[in-house]
Design a protein around this ligand. Structure first.
Ligand code: BGC
Ligand code: NOJ
Length: 811
């Protein structure tokens, strides 16, 4: 069952029922100001950092679901309704929500009155614009009242939820004309404020929540909306809100457009405590002037759309399979950009107060967005690398506002260092900007300890090299990619001294997955060394990679698949000898991607085992059989009920590793089957089972052991976005940057007979046409560039050449 449909022309998903199985959200903003917006107008806004500079208040775990947002109430002769249905839930005569790239437009119609809200954050200005269009589609004239509503957050979202004794007395506002200023904390010279305006005269306002909503009222039918008036309240402590009231008259057919603006402003340099508590409104006034008229707003929206066109034009395909094309051209790349902006900080599943930017996460996200925003990827790499420690390990997370490593979480995830090589290697292949390796980058955020980025890569590689365990495999530390595989929980005997917050003394647990990573990214590191004139180092790196490769064959192969790990007692994890957790997906994907077992015929066997043991119609399970009870020596992974998350869920993030691995052994049909099973455009048909947004990937789908098999959770902020984009665009369709030029090396399923692609790469445009093997003897296989055949699959890059016409006939 579906709750909407795709409009590829407009690049929108159009939702036709407000009561979707879960709130279906979108993200507004691309630089500093961001909003989450659901299909019913729910959500919140923040500036740069969802924890430290939260503009509006949102209550996670709320009842009813998703009932705080940026709302409009209409009181039409006593009938109270919202154009987005929530929070009043008054049934509408018509409802539609169109989520587009960086904007959302929802509309409702009731008793002949249509209200449409178009919400977006313009390029380069820190504000959210709402264009509200009211149209009388009835026969008689209409008199009604429009109320706007936002509830301000007192900036630090964590503190806002916990420190009431203080917060209930700090709220301060100011109202001037149609502008409501939220200036809580300004007194302390934190020098920022928010403002909420409308481009028309108002008939009343409220800024005190209790006055507007009613002390025991709710935002379903606020007191003032019911009374059809305003209290003109000025909040003093308690909970500041912003609400404008406008009385509106519309003749039949008449339309009125209003522009509401929720903005963030800073008064730089005015930190002096002694200054009076007077905000300098100028920065806000300038922004309000820029977006005063409907024409200005339309222009800003059209600029935003053009910007997205431009970003997406770096990689576009045309092919008969419209579902795949829609994901490749629009939604998958869009989600990659959202993960670039948000990492794992704020979604409807991440509260924005816990996790900031992840070291591992952001490095992987880079694989999916580097082609769209290479300059920003460069900046991101330098930010991430400066949270690395001198020994090559890294803070696992950092706060986007401060860019400082998060001490509470610390380090110890032994896969982290290698992801830096993955990200930098992707950046180098995309841009050819070798100069980045010479950029000085601090260790542990300390500029006095700066070293060229190349030295950071060296330490990353060196960290794994120096941290091998008893079987010659990399030590796992607190965990590897799988955060929940905590094999060093014990410091002594089973049952004693359980530690969750760091490696115990002498942790010896080893990870076969990190071994796969080391082989894959170690080879790329060696190539980087060679390309930068460090041939000896390259040889050394390759020798070390070979040792780990051999260790995997010796101690990491279980007969029919790769082992997952050795625990702290030397016991096998992910082996046929285990009672539960016999096989895990991660090492099968990563070892094969690293090329381990290709020559020995083991890769094919490992991937056959994945198909036999882990396949389901909704995707590949992370492990089988799921753990039925908790085991201290395995850690958090066994804390989940069977079938959920890391304990036997379908972790979408590593399905594409299998897709890529399958292309490495030339099995295009199977690769595409794996791709399709978790692909949102394909699973849209089962939205009632899947429940999350059908236009983006979710982190996890409940596995076969779970009661709700097929139900997804944790949509949007997941490495799945980047990895599936890599798997389809670079491996199935096969267009990927190499160190020397663009590689065209597809591995297609029989169902894709041919496709064309345009790829912008290092300043040139590649027009590529690929034909699958046809069986026709006349179709001579080969790769042709501008009509001439070339050897191999990497098209040598020629400085200054602007256009390449590439034709590939697969044989
Ligand atoms: C979750 C993981 C997540 C980790 C983040 C765990 O509870 O299961 O998916 O990566 O927390 O710290
Ligand atoms: C989600 C985390 O963001 C990611 O870093 C981790 O690899 C996966 N969970 C698996 O545990």
């Amino acid at each position: 069952m579906k709750y909407g449909y795709f409009n590829d022309q407009e690049k929108e998903y159009i939702i036709t029922a407000p009561d979707t199985p879960l709130p279906w959200i979108n993200y507004l903003g691309s630089e500093n100001f961001f909003s989450l917006i659901s299909n019913t107008g729910g959500g919140y806004s923040f500036y740069k950092d969802a924890k430290l500079l939260r503009l509006t208040r949102y209550r996670y775990n709320n009842v009813p679901l998703d009932s705080n947002g940026h709302y409009y109430y209409i009181n039409d002769n006593g009938t109270i309704w919202n154009p987005g249905w929530q929070p009043s839930q008054t049934p509408l005569d018509f409802y539609e929500c169109r989520h587009g790239l960086g904007y959302t437009c929802y509309s409702g119609k009731k008793n002949g009155l249509k209200a449409q809200v178009t919400a977006f954050v313009p390029l380069h200005d820190p504000c959210e614009i709402h264009k509200v269009t009211l149209k009388n589609e009835g026969l008689g004239s209409k008199e009604f009242t429009l109320f706007s509503y936002v509830e301000f957050c007192l900036w630090n979202a964590m503190d806002d939820m916990t420190n009431f004794q203080r917060n209930l007395s700090t709220g301060e506002v100011e109202v001037e004309g149609s502008v409501i200023y939220h200036k809580t904390e300004y007194r302390e010279r934190r020098n920022h404020f928010a403002y909420y305006s409308v481009n028309a005269d108002i008939d009343g306002f409220d800024t005190d929540r209790n006055t507007f909503v009613g002390t025991y009222g709710s935002n379903k039918e606020p007191d003032m909306v019911q009374k059809n008036r305003s209290g003109n309240s000025l909040a003093s402590g308690w909970s500041p809100i912003g609400s404008h009231r406008l009385s509106i008259h519309l003749d039949p057919g008449e339309e009125k457009v209003l522009v509401f603006l929720l903005g963030y402003a800073e008064n730089p340099g005015e930190h002096k405590w002694s200054a009076p508590n007077v905000i300098n409104k100028e920065p806000a006034t300038l922004v309000m002037k820029k977006y005063r008229t409907a024409a200005q707003v339309d222009q800003a929206l059209s600029d935003l759309k053009k910007n997205w066109e431009n970003l997406l034009s770096t990689y576009s395909v045309s092919m008969a399979d419209e579902k795949t094309a829609r994901m490749v051209n629009i939604w998958n790349q869009y989600q990659c950009m959202v993960t670039f902006n948000l990492s794992r900080s704020a979604s409807y599943y991440e509260s924005g107060t816990g996790r900031g930017m992840g070291f591992r996460d952001s490095c992987q996200d880079l694989l999916g967005f580097v082609h769209m925003v290479p300059e920003r990827a460069r900046e991101r790499i330098l930010d991430i690398a400066s949270t690395q420690f001198e020994d090559g390990s890294a803070y696992h997370q950092y706060q986007p506002l401060t860019k400082k490593g998060n001490m509470d979480i610390g380090s110890g995830f032994n896969d982290d260092p290698l992801w830096l090589i993955a990200g930098v290697s992707a950046y180098l292949r995309e841009t050819g900007d070798w100069g980045i390796l010479e950029e000085p980058v601090p260790f542990d955020n300390d500029v006095s300890k700066s070293q060229p980025l190349m030295e950071h890569l060296r330490r990353s590689f060196g960290f794994t090299k120096l941290n091998l365990g008893p079987h010659g495999l990399p030590l796992i530390g607190r965990a590897d990619w799988n955060d929940c595989l905590n094999l060093n929980c014990f410091s002594t005997e089973p049952g004693e001294s359980f530690q969750t917050s760091g490696p115990s003394e002498g942790p010896v647990a080893e990870s076969v997955m990190i071994a796969g990573m080391y082989v894959k990214y170690g080879k790329e590191y060696a190539q980087i060394c060679r390309m930068t004139g460090h041939a000896d180092e390259a040889l050394e790196a390759e020798a070390s990679v070979q040792e780990v490769y051999d260790a995997v064959l010796r101690a990491g192969w279980d007969g029919k698949w790769f082992l997952r790990a050795y625990d702290a007692f030397g016991g096998k994890v992910g082996s046929k000898d285990c009672e539960e957790g016999k096989i895990f997906i991660e090492p099968q994907g990563f070892c094969v991607m690293g090329g381990i077992g290709l020559a020995e015929g083991l890769a094919e066997q490992a991937l056959d085992s994945v198909k036999e043991q882990l396949d389901t119609p909704y995707g590949i399970l992370i492990l089988q059989p799921a753990y039925s009870v908790y085991h201290k020596h395995l850690g958090e992974i066994t804390s989940y009920p069977p079938g959920y998350k890391e304990n036997g869920g379908i972790f979408c993030h590593n399905n594409p590793w299998i897709t890529i691995a399958e292309t490495m052994i030339g099995r295009g049909n199977r690769a595409f089957e794996v791709y399709r099973r978790t692909c949102p455009a394909y699973t849209e048909e089962i939205s009632e089972i899947h429940k999350t947004e059908p236009y983006v990937y979710s982190q996890m789908i409940a596995g076969t052991d779970a009661k709700n098999f097929g139900e997804a959770k944790n949509s949007w902020l997941t490495g799945t976005a980047a990895w599936t984009f890599v798997s389809i665009s670079q491996h199935i369709l096969g267009i990927r940057p190499g160190f020397h030029g663009l590689i065209v090396d597809p591995c297609l399923p029989d169902s894709i007979k041919e496709f064309s692609a345009v790829r912008k790469f290092r300043g040139a445009e590649y027009h590529i046409h690929v034909k699958n093997r046809s069986g026709d003897q006349n179709d001579a296989p080969g790769l042709f560039v501008d009509g001439r055949p070339i050897e191999g699959n990497e098209i040598p890059y020629t400085e200054g050449k602007k256009e390449y016409h590439v034709m590939l006939q697969l044989g």
